[in-house]
Design a protein around this ligand. Structure first.
Ligand code: COA
Length: 195
């Protein structure tokens, strides 16, 4: 049986491609960083074995279930080195609702990489999976993350108190949503035309 992988996508500066076990070193290089993991639900990786486990126990099973999370994202000039992951999972298939995931190596913060990669992923996902809604959230303390989501067109929809338990504390979550109609309007797409 042929193994499913998310397709290779391309934006102005980036390639978005599946992650394989051979990428373990470049993913570990940023996943081990406490700064990168400060606002994430996952802990910074202690050793390359943690990263291997992430790929074997999370990435590959997602692909086996045809879930496009995560894409490994590289700069075009260095297609071997993954600097960021972006992807989408189903949060409710019955409600046609998906969730957007993202996280970037600190070396590349503030260069618009997440919005660029995110735009590319969102285009693909709205076209292929046809969700009604894609949700995303970050903690109320993560202003950069909130700004990156706004730059992709997500609308802030409210705060859930103590919704995220992470690293021994409850954190308030800023909820964001992006509807297919928001996306179509942003991109000038006629949804009736595209089906
Ligand atoms: C937060 C994060 C997702 C933003 O992605 P990004 O590619 O850096 O996004 P942008 O470059 O568009 O920056 C977004 C905003 O953050 C701020 N910012 C980001 N990096 C900055 C830096 N080094 N210095 C100053 N401001 C910065 C800016 O306000 C910017 O908005 P602007 O372009 O309108 O000025 C990314 O930095 C990241 O992954 N951080 C660590 C992990 C994390 O927090 N993940 C999200 C879990 S919910």
């Amino acid at each position: 049986m042929e193994e499913w992988r998310p397709p290779i996508l391309e934006s102005k500066r980036l390639y978005l491609r599946p992650i394989e076990i051979a990428d373990v070193e470049s993913v570990f290089a940023y996943a081990c960083n406490e700064e990168v993991a400060m606002f994430t639900s996952w802990y910074a990786h202690d050793s390359i074995e943690d990263t291997r486990e992430f790929i074997q126990e999370y990435v590959i099973p997602n692909y086996n279930n045809r879930i496009p999370e995560p894409w490994g994202i590289t700069l075009k000039e260095n297609p071997e080195m993954i600097i960021v992951t972006v992807g989408v999972t189903w949060s409710s298939r019955a409600n046609h609702c998906m969730r957007f995931h993202y996280g970037l190596s600190d070396t590349f913060w503030g260069q618009g990489i997440i919005p660029e990669a995110g735009n590319c992923v969102l285009n693909h996902v709205f076209e292929v999976y046809k969700p009604k809604r894609i949700r995303a959230y970050c903690t109320t303390k993560n202003a950069n993350s909130a700004r990156a989501l706004e730059k992709m067109g997500f609308l802030q929809e409210g705060t859930e108190r103590a919704a995220l338990y992470s690293k021994g504390e409850y954190r308030d979550a800023l909820n964001f949503g992006l509807l297919d109609t928001d996306w179509a309007e942003r991109k000038g797409i006629d949804l009736k035309e595209t089906g």
